[in-house]
Write a protein that binds this ligand. Sequence first.
Ligand code: ZN
Length: 532
Amino acid sequence: MVYGQTPQRTPLPQPAAPTRADILRGEYGRYRANNDLLFYHLDVRVDPEKKVIAGKNTIRFKMLTDDTRIQLDLFANLNVDKILMASTTLQYERELGAVFVDFPETLKTGRTYSIDFYYSGTPQTISRFGGFTFGKDPAGRPWIYTACEGIGASLWWPNKDQWRDEVENMQLSVSIPNDLVDVSNGKFVRKTDLGDGYTRWDWMIHYPINNYDVSLNIGKYEHFADKLGDLPLDFYALPEDLEKARKQFAQAKGMIEAYQHYFGEYPFKKDGYKLIEVPYSGMEHQTAVTYGNHFANGYLERDWTGVGISPRFDFIIIHESGHEWFGNAITAADVSDMWIHEGWTTYLECLYVEYRWGKEDGLKYTNAYKSKVRNQQPIITQRGVNREPPQDMYFKGALFLNTLRSVINDDKRWFALIHDVFQHFKYRNIMTEDMVAYFNQKTGMNLTPIFDQYLRHAALPVLELKFDEAAGTVHYRWKADEPGFAMPIKVGAKDNWQILQPTAEWKTMKTPLQQDEFAVATDLYFVNVSKE
Ligand SMILES: [Zn+2]
């Protein structure tokens, strides 16, 4: 996901107390924690004329404790038609967006069960990216798509709508009028003429997938294909945009090469990579990345970071596809820790720039993000209440990772480390603590206070410097919220940095430099500096 506007400078309101709806959506309570998702087969018919959808989701899950009830989710405006286990009709209770399904007998720990959840209705066209939209393309043909990160996938289909648990794999069947094309996640299996004017498009997703990534894109799409080694690349655009798409989508190859260089093989090889034209800016739908960036470099034809580097590449292709590694392959287990998606992926943009144009341009691009940082709320929000973090998770998140690289202070080691982080956590749903523990273990350092200062407090650490020019000394210390915060930092002369090890206590060093000559490497570390 991307931010569309220049950040506002008005103070952020304090978050309101969570509502019952927030808790139902956000909490990993008993009736979610008692089971482990294995498989979905979402089979849905989409009627563009009546603007309705109808179908069923077959949900297979393993019980982790004995129980008689599980929680699923479906927006209250959609109908639950029936819920079956084999031929038995199950009872259920709806509360706001939750559907509590009751079983006539206790489901046993370790056993696998399967239910068919039938539903229908007209899903809502809401939220920033459209939710579920029955739209038209510029030529007046149907253009129907889903984009529901944030608002939630249960906006249009029944599922266990949370981030902690994912199915191992998924089948997606989309029935649409014969003259249209559906592009969804995963590998295209087949299309079947149903004989009633509709054709069913079957897609198989061979990997875990988070709910909000599951998508359909229905339109009069034209298709063209390419390969990167043996990785299939498939591209879809409206007929009128085909030539523009052929030109612009060529950037996908270099993007995948850059990310493979840093993190290893594209994580969804069996499903391939797809890029699909849509009318909104774009979204990281797993292996079916959507694209609406006007077939132009930059972000919606602007120099996104304002330093002349963004116009060299297509921001949406580079950002949204970066989520294949961070967001899709590695997913946060609670929306509170969404910086794992957005901070990392913003950092991947910086790595892409470095890979293509060198370290200096990478740093320039990274530091240009400082203008978008607000430092008003911590990046990690309250857990279990479906609370999306503030936009600092993107820009400050990336600047924090750049800072961490400087703390490691050995590029070879840093690149090995982030490669290993990805390989270690791919296909898993993790919290920040998991990542911090891994960093600590691999480096033998205690990086916890640094992670905590940047992610769990609003303010940046301040390097306080007090000069005594008569004595030729400078006193220095960190002023930070984390009591144990102690971060090395490069100071002195720009072409001859020396590394200080400040802590919360004042220390003193000799320096031949005057106060105004004494520099701090603020391009390498995202900190504030006070000098007196
Ligand atoms: Zn994003």
